[in-house]
Design a protein around this ligand. Structure first.
Ligand SMILES: [Ca+2]
Ligand SMILES: [Ca+2]
Length: 302
């Protein structure tokens, strides 16, 4: 079979990992009344081991970083890149932020892979911004391609594990400092060729800061205006009343992953709560560092 050179070159440009070719072989009977046959064929043009293992732009077969909250011996997993306090699924890879400080919130990085192809082995490592390998795992083992399991009505993923809690390989008690890190997954195909994918993430253990706050009146209502900031991004600002409050308030503003929430100013209607002596302002950043501040109402709204 001969392929048209110009057409092949065009297809090579579009499908950089190779492309499928199909057609028919037609057999025409020599005798009148004989049977003509048409046989379909399909082939692959290119190197089969170059076809992507990782679906980088994928929604369904997606690879993701995760973390979690450990409370009272139970673990809740959260996908990184989105606001855990929000039902909305806005994502940003600039929100891959964890806080390695053993407080139970977002203290480790986990990985879920939904590969497009079977791989005979895999390894992953984390490097800091100077290129030093701070974590290494050579034994991800054989990984099957992800597939949709109709019994479970869920994607059966290729790999899922909690990887790194920020400790050093030779000292469990040491924790690596805040900063930028990069996690790389490298897989080996049957042919011996390798493919890799990397994720940048941030370690941030700095708590959010409460800036200015003030009370003001407008149209007979009393408002508390709060300005808060974080070295990375704020996930939420909440204003609430103490346990012994006369009237209880618990109002949270949540910030999507795709908006710049390094510094925010929010107004809360506290008209019904100014009789309380204190109001509390809770600030949470994307790495789940929490700051709780106590704000006196006396002399504010009254
Ligand atoms: Ca933490
Ligand atoms: Ca922070």
């Amino acid at each position: 079979m001969t392929l048209d050179k110009t057409e092949s070159a065009e297809l090579d440009k579009i499908f950089t990992s190779g492309w499928f070719l199909d057609g028919f072989i037609k057999l025409t009977a020599r005798d009148e009344g004989g049977i003509n046959l048409s046989i379909p064929y399909m082939g692959f043009v290119g190197d089969w081991s170059d076809v992507n293992v990782f679906d980088e732009g994928g929604d369904f077969y997606n690879d993701l970083l995760c973390t979690g909250i450990i409370r009272e011996n139970s673990l809740m997993l959260f996908e990184l890149g989105m606001n855990a306090l929000n039902k909305n699924e806005t994502r940003s890879n600039r929100r891959y932020i964890i806080s390695i400080n053993d407080d139970g919130f977002y203290d480790f990085i986990g990985l879920r892979l939904s590969l497009l192809r079977n791989c005979k082995s895999g390894k992953c490592y984390v490097k800091d911004k100077n290129g030093e390998i701070v974590y290494k795992n050579d034994k991800l083992g054989l990984m099957q391609k992800a597939y949709y399991d109709s019994d479970e009505a869920a994607l059966s993923v290729s790999y899922m594990n909690l990887l790194w809690d920020g400790s050093a390989g030779d000292n469990e008690r040491y924790r690596y400092p805040d900063g930028e890190y990069i996690l790389t997954i490298e897989v080996e195909l049957e042919s011996g060729k390798t493919q890799s994918r990397s994720f940048n993430f941030t370690v941030d253990t700095e708590k959010p800061k409460l800036g200015q706050y003030s009370f003001y009146k407008k149209d007979g209502r009393t408002y508390l205006r709060v300005t808060a900031s974080d070295n990375t991004y704020l996930a939420s600002v909440c204003v609430y009343t103490g346990d012994s409050a006369k009237e209880t308030l618990d109002e949270t503003r949540v910030f999507e992953a795709d908006i710049d929430s390094r510094k925010v100013t929010e107004d809360f209607d506290v008209t019904d709560y100014v009789e309380n002596e204190w109001l509390y302002v809770e600030l949470i950043d994307f790495a789940f560092n929490i700051t709780v501040c106590r704000v006196p109402t006396a002399g504010g709204g009254n």
